[in-house]
Write a protein that binds this ligand. Structure first.
Ligand code: AP5
Length: 209
């Protein structure tokens, strides 16, 4: 099963990807997580990507495509995968088409106001990347990740002005992807403004039809 999750920043891609990946036992591949890991470790890719990620712009297509070409060849992708945050442009989607046949694309639909509300209260684990929300998904122990005990922090690109830029970039460069996949009849629009479990249930119902 080869799946894609598309949606504006803070729409719940990472949250749902984590649940889908555990439930269906397929790897969760997040280009955002891979880029942040590279930035933290100051790799060559991280140095190239840093300025883009921190200002809310997209990392150039050729860098992302090179990264994903390699990642999708890994043995854990043999029985499927879930892509979170890739593709993000029509050009990335066309390149992906040359590598893999995608079964379903889920678009998590959330308003701009909700995005801001969610991101401003989001915390991320420094160690494993798990995502929390102070009101909707609080950690059991303040400041500590439930899964690995790592420290929780606020992402650099979650500052208000950067969030605005990310939203603008999403509407301009990523939203055209929805039409691309709709024309292929594999796009499913999901109301992302429901409780986390309900969003998951809606996705599950489509997968299991
Ligand atoms: P990336 O890491 O992909 O960020 P994003 O798309 O902006 O998405 P987020 O991670 O902010 O949000 P999410 O949708 O995963 O929401 P979450 O589940 O955390 O990319 C970062 C940057 O990397 C980009 O800006 C770009 O520079 C670069 N990049 C990445 N991929 C690229 C590519 N392919 N090409 C070029 N550049 C690329 O949820 C948010 C919050 O809401 C959490 O607190 C969560 O607990 C809460 N929440 C989730 N669901 C619900 C719900 N249903 N109700 C209430 N709260 C909820």
């Amino acid at each position: 099963m080869k799946l894609i999750l598309v949606g504006p920043p803070g729409s719940g891609k990472g949250t749902q990807a984590d649940m889908i990946s555990r439930h269906y036992k397929i790897p969760h591949i997040s280009t955002g997580d891979i880029l942040r890991e590279n930035i933290k470790n100051e790799t060559a890719l991280g140095k190239l990507a840093k300025e883009y990620v921190e200002s809310g712009r997209l990392v150039p297509d050729e860098l992302i495509i090179r990264l994903m070409r390699k990642r999708l060849k890994a043995p854990d992708c043999r029985n499927g995968f879930l892509l979170d945050g890739f593709p993000r442009t029509v050009d990335q989607a066309k390149e992906l088409e040359k590598l893999e046949k995608i079964d379903m694309v889920f678009s998590l639909e959330v308003s701009d106001d909700e995005v801001v509300r969610r991101i401003s209260r989001r915390l991320i684990c420094r160690k494993c990347g798990a995502s929390y929300h102070l009101d909707f998904k609080p950690p059991k122990k303040e400041g500590i990740c439930d899964k690995c005990g790592g420290e929780l922090y606020q992402r650099d690109d979650d500052k208000e002005e950067v969030v605005k830029k990310r939203l603008e970039v999403y509407r301009e460069q990523t939203e055209p992807l929805l039409r691309f996949y709709d024309e292929k009849h594999i796009l499913h629009r999901i109301n992302g403004e429901q409780p986390i479990e309900k969003v998951f249930k809606d996705i599950q119902e489509i997968i299991e039809v």
